[in-house]
Design a protein around this ligand. Sequence first.
Ligand code: PEP
Ligand code: MG
Length: 325
Amino acid sequence: ELDRINEFRDRSALSADGVRVTLRANIGLISDVAIALRNGAEGVGLYRTEFPYMTRNTFPDRQDQYLLYRKIVESFAGAPVTIRTLDIGGDKALPYFKPPEEDNPFMGWRSVRVSLDNPDIFRTQIEAILMASHHGPVKLLFPMISGIEELRACKQVVTEAKANLCQQGHPFADDIPLGVMIEVPSAVQLCAFLAREVDFFALGTNDLIQYMLAADRNNPLVNKYYNPLHPAVVQAIHQVCSCARQQGKGICICGEMATDPLHFLLLLGLGIREFSIVAPFIPRIKALLADIDSGQAAETAEQVLLMSDSSAIRTQLSSLLERMR
Ligand code: PEP
Ligand code: MG
């Protein structure tokens, strides 16, 4: 089995019926780059920039961030790198930037909320990302967006960052694609409005599942409630996927759920064609994909969308997977 998986390392990702899928890497540390390249990642669907911030004693300045982002962009030689702005808070703290004690950190001052309340830090990071965009295809991604106002506020900072770089004579890609993570239930509800004002969506199922089902993603006591096959989650993914398709916007799924074969089958059936996962899973997902007929996956997804309980959904997907392998 391992030999078979290894064979897929350098092949393109195709389903049994010839549908092309894009498999990108989720990265955090610079060491993830080599792992991504070795596993045949087609660029980066999610670069979690908080990791380089976490391993230091102070906020990195613009030049440091620029050099780091540039190095990553150049490593992928023309494949896109999606850089997400700082996503601290929740379970991710910086040693030199302690958020106040909060009763509910995951529902508190985290992620883009921290960035918007610290415009200097935010603009510095966006300028560094823009500067890196001069060296290869970069996409700019905002996390934890819960409504249109935050998106507009973020875009305003991008406008200011661009103006500042122009004034200083730094080149950047003026047409850099902008996207939002869909990971808060309100963003699912508003996806049609959000789609009009962005170039792409990144579906963050790790958070989306915990917020939709009110089940902490890190709490083993409620693990059974944290269910990627919950019908409400399936409906939400379907809604976002259809909306992106209708409005001709990109959509990439970058939650961990895509690495599970059953979940992958469902996501493919729902029409997702771009996945970003931890790189060592890429050859395995390619091998799985080669066994999947996308038409049958789509039919099964349609049936699953009519189901009201997750065990029925699981049974339906399992039986298809059995038949295909
Ligand atoms: C997510 O929430 O699904 C996601 C990809 O982001 P993170 O795991 O960094 O919160
Ligand atoms: Mg998240």
